[in-house]
Design a protein around this ligand. Sequence first.
Ligand code: ZN
Length: 452
Amino acid sequence: MSSLLIKHCHTLVTMNAERQEIADGALLVRDNVIEQVGTTEELPQTADEVLDLGGRHVVLPGLVNTHHHFYQTLTRAIPAAQNCSLFTWLQTLYPIWANLTAEGVYISAQMTAAELIRSGCTTASDHLYLYPNDCTLDDEIRAVQDIGLRFHASRGSMSVGESQGGLPPDALVESEANILKDSQRLIEQYHDNTRHAMLRMTLAPCSPFSVSTDLMRESAALARSYTGVRLHTHLAENKSDVDYSLANFGMIPGDYAESVGWLGDDVWHAHCVQLSDDSILKFGRTGTGVAHCPCSNARLASGIAPIRKMLDHGVPVGLGVDGSASNDAGNLLYEARTAFLLARVRECNPAAMTAREVLELATLGGARVLGRDDIGAIAPGMSADLIAIDGDRPQFAGAHHDLVAALVFCPVDSVDYSFINGKKVVDRGHLTTVDLPMLVERTNKISRQMVG
Ligand code: ZN
């Protein structure tokens, strides 16, 4: 057993039931679990390891990313896909993604995890839905385990190619029998439903326009035959997505999800920009979650999701940066600021989203969407996932009246410290678990080979 004491935090944002913010805060961690939280004066003065923050840093729970496609880091800012909407963007990129290899999956996962961790993320979900060449989900899982990010891996899938009326080329889709067999193998090999688990599994058919109704139903049945395996897909991302649903299934996306058993507190859908008012009510009643990806939705001109309305109707909402080819960053602090700004734009209301509300979406909101009650808050018994940002940075000059709100109002792109499961993964701004310059070099090399 080893103990870690973090003391003299300028403000400790707990996100506990009372949403307490503790001035001159401190916390004591034993191994991977938070044991005590209070003021520096109230807590023990020593531990095996002590981090004295000198009264400068805001400390908060690690941020949770609920939607991503790590492999897309290899195809950011592709010229031909810079000014497209969703379907043409996908059709431009599919042939490039067909060149993805196992090495590309591993390196892009490490690069993306590094970028996420530097921006305050301590838990991420990723959605890998194409497996050309020698790619497997195992490569991605190994990469993320090596860097030390808490991970919800999604066995994504595409089974309806162009010749069957789907969007992806036939060469990129798999047989449904193979998808279900590999999904079961991965759950049995990796899914850990214990408290403080570092790895959990999700089944994630890519979208209604790339898989069959059967695969939606079969994936749900398979996931629900295990405890804690969740379901995830893309839904109602833009108007063309709604049109496809009406033309092919005769119903709007929310009704289609309901018809295949995809509403429930074990399901979360990415985007939901064009979710109908009636579907929002159904999501709220059933506890169906939403991964809100405002940067990607803006970049592809999909629209702005009605987050204020969703929250008012009890829909669980978390933040997602979405794939790195439609953001094109993987920065969760930026995403939180964008969510905060665009909620105000959408409603033409400066009170539509407060800084503290968006920090709550980025922590507790994401934890709920991923079905976890052991992350998202700094409280006794919670996993030791936390970040610290120095209030003496130049961008906070003149903002010390409210340093917590300043984390959102004043753009900040990285953290000074991050602990995941009790392990220090960012130390004074530097990643401790990976050689970043070498990773950048390898990412660029593979990206060049892939794009040609
Ligand atoms: Zn996505």
